[in-house]
Ligand binder design. Structure first.
Ligand code: FMN
Length: 374
């Protein structure tokens, strides 16, 4: 049986295979509290080598969409404890994706109806998701943000540290820092969004500073071997743009190399879209060069890849050593037993896009497993 299906060790976390469930926002946690339905959803998918939870807000200020879970209230942490217990009871492993959306939010979702915060005062031409009083959901324009004052940034670094501690106390095997998809850390890293003149703006070193401070604080709190990060070097989500992503993210991975992280998670291409996506006049992003730079700088973390992978691509990536782990998103939405299906090379259920965001059990915990089909 191929390497993809064999056990492996990443940092402090032992995995039963190299297949990972990618983070998937499902907007089914009213009050930001994981509930019974969420417990069942994750339990069903515990045959993955590793589950990465849906993006989970580290604070109320980090919230950007209706009904996404948080890591900051006792009720939410109790809810997550039930999720982690259920996954562990099935022999699975689970890390939480720690999220601060920055400007991809709405005043309605913010503490006291305040402005969302960012690296900039400029609004993103992007949508967020709100729920109407009658329970129906709607995509809505994001609100105008306010640029964080320099003195406020250490407070947000501290929020990440606290959330990481709370996550470990809630039974998670580790945390994934969300540095991807145009959210707060990405808003600081990219020069198309970051227009600051303080020590967090301008040069690549300055723009990456916030991300490194978060990594430093989290690894100090819970240990690097339980810490991971996701980046998406060319994804334009949330109007994210950089004039030289290869240089920016080379600097980022070189800086990460000094930590003994569990894994580095790379979204190759446009998240959920073209794998060879290019921003503006930039040449194709060279992911091999990115990894080579990381390893040259001494980095040893597992290299996780994602975006549009199928069975053959995943087997090839892991067998060839191009990747250590492959994360699947949409295939895990519709196939709770994805690992078995891949292993036996059987057909996959097709995901129903109309039930991705919000709703109830339909399109969430009712996809059939092979056992049910048989
Ligand atoms: C419904 C849905 C929700 C998603 N939520 C998140 C998220 O919370 N955090 C994140 O980093 N990416 C998120 N993504 C992106 C996925 O993790 C993944 O990168 C993308 O689906 C591409 O992988 P795939 O081709 O295997 O589906 C989401 C994608 C979908 C379809």
């Amino acid at each position: 049986m191929g390497k993809l299906f064999q056990p492996t060790q990443i940092g402090d976390i032992a995995l039963k295979n190299h297949i990972v469930m990618a983070p998937l926002t499902r907007n089914r946690s009213p009050g930001a509290i994981p509930n019974d339905l969420n417990v069942e959803y994750y339990r069903q998918r515990a045959t993955a080598g590793l589950i990465i939870t849906e993006a989970t807000a580290i604070t109320h200020q980090g919230q950007g969409y209706a009904n996404v879970p948080g890591l900051y209230s006792k009720e939410a942490l109790d809810g997550w404890k039930r999720v982690t217990d259920a996954v562990h009871a099935e022999g699975g492993k689970i890390v939480v994706q720690m999220w601060h959306v920055g400007r991809i939010s709405h005043t309605e979702l913010q503490p006291n109806g305040g402005k969302p915060v960012s690296s900039t005062n400029r609004i993103a031409k992007a949508k967020t998701y709100l729920v109407n009083p009658d329970g129906t959901g709607a995509f809505t324009d994001t609100s105008e943000p306010r640029a964080l004052e320099t003195f406020e940034i250490p407070g947000i670094v501290e929020d990440y540290r606290k959330a990481a501690r709370a996550a470990i106390d809630a039974g998670f095997d580790g945390v994934e820092i969300h540095g991807a998809n145009g959210y707060l850390l990405d808003q600081f890293m990219r020069d198309g969004v970051n227009d600051r003149t303080d020590e967090y703006g301008g040069s690549i070193e300055n723009r990456a500073r916030f991300t490194f401070q978060v990594v430093e604080a989290v690894t100090r709190e819970i240990g690097a071997r339980r810490t991971a990060i996701r980046i998406s070097p060319v994804t334009p989500s949330g109007e994210s743009y950089d004039s030289n992503p290869q240089a920016l993210f080379t600097h980022v991975v070189e800086g990460l190399a000094k930590y003994d992280l569990a894994y580095i998670h790379i979204v190759e291409g446009q998240t959920g879209g073209e794998r060879d996506y290019r921003q503006g006049d930039n040449p194709s992003f060279d992911y091999k060069a990115l990894r080579a730079a990381y390893e040259k700088a001494g980095g040893k973390a597992a290299w996780m890849v994602n975006n549009g992978y199928n069975r053959d691509m995943a087997i090839e990536a892991v067998e060839s050593g191009c990747a250590d782990l492959v994360a699947f998103g949409k295939p895990f939405i519709s196939n709770p037993d994805l690992v078995e299906r891949l292993e036996k090379n059987l057909a996959l259920n097709t995901p129903d896009q109309s039930t991705f965001y919000g709703g109830n059990a339909k399109g969430y915990v009712d996809y059939p497993t092979l056992e049910k089909v048989a």
